[in-house]
Write a protein that binds this ligand. Sequence first.
Ligand code: ADP
Ligand code: MG
Ligand code: MG
Length: 248
Amino acid sequence: MLSIKNLHASVEDKEILKGINLEVKAGEVHAIMGPNGSGKSTLSAVIAGNENYEVTDGEIYLDGEDIGEFAPEERAHKGVFLSFQYPVEIPGVSVTNFMKTAINESRKANGKEEMPANEMLKLIREKSELLEIDRKFLSRSLNEGFSGGEKKRNEIFQMAMLEPKLAILDETDSGLDIDALRIVANGVNKLRSKNNAVVVITHYQRLLDYIVPDFVHVLYKGKIVKSGGKELAYELEEKGYDWVKAEN
Ligand code: ADP
Ligand code: MG
Ligand code: MG
């Protein structure tokens, strides 16, 4: 599904990613961990096509197609979802209406007709029930006055509605409270299927109690320096990152 080969990326002529190799197959959940400043958020931004970063070497394939030159919207339309993609506040546009537009834009880009209104309503109902989102929330203005947990809920709702092939969740270093953790984990676990893949970027092992990854990778100084199964997350929790730093 996602294949990254020797990826190098820079910002303002400073190299941040220094040769990343990563293979994520359909049906898998990968966690990327690592100390602050390792390049985790940079990696997610580069996969999504953020133009602030310059890819200086290497390739990114999605289902065998080299997407390295594609604009962020094109990648999104091909099924790449990055959390925090739409953090903007849009007064007067409800969560539901924003979602309808996003879905229809994506369908249009893939040569499909608009989703019939009744089908859209059904989908919204189905996904909001699945994620325990109440109706009042759906009619609120997008991100306006949202709490941290509500932003998270909205983001996960977007993910559930769009059913991306590849979801990348960068949980940032700010940390999530226990409610937000549950919202994210619940959404991801319900999305999990043999047809899609999830990359969870997290500083904290805690999230991985709820989203059990198939593989864990440690990113340090722009390289994946260690990979393993879910037990690696526990090892990091217990020992911290100093031993990783010492080895590299
Ligand atoms: P992580 O998510 O692992 O904490 P980041 O990818 O956010 O790491 O950052 C990796 C390094 O790249 C840091 O040294 C950071 O300061 C630098 N960096 C990231 N984005 C930018 C940017 N837009 N401008 C300048 N430096 C950046
Ligand atoms: Mg950081
Ligand atoms: Mg980060």
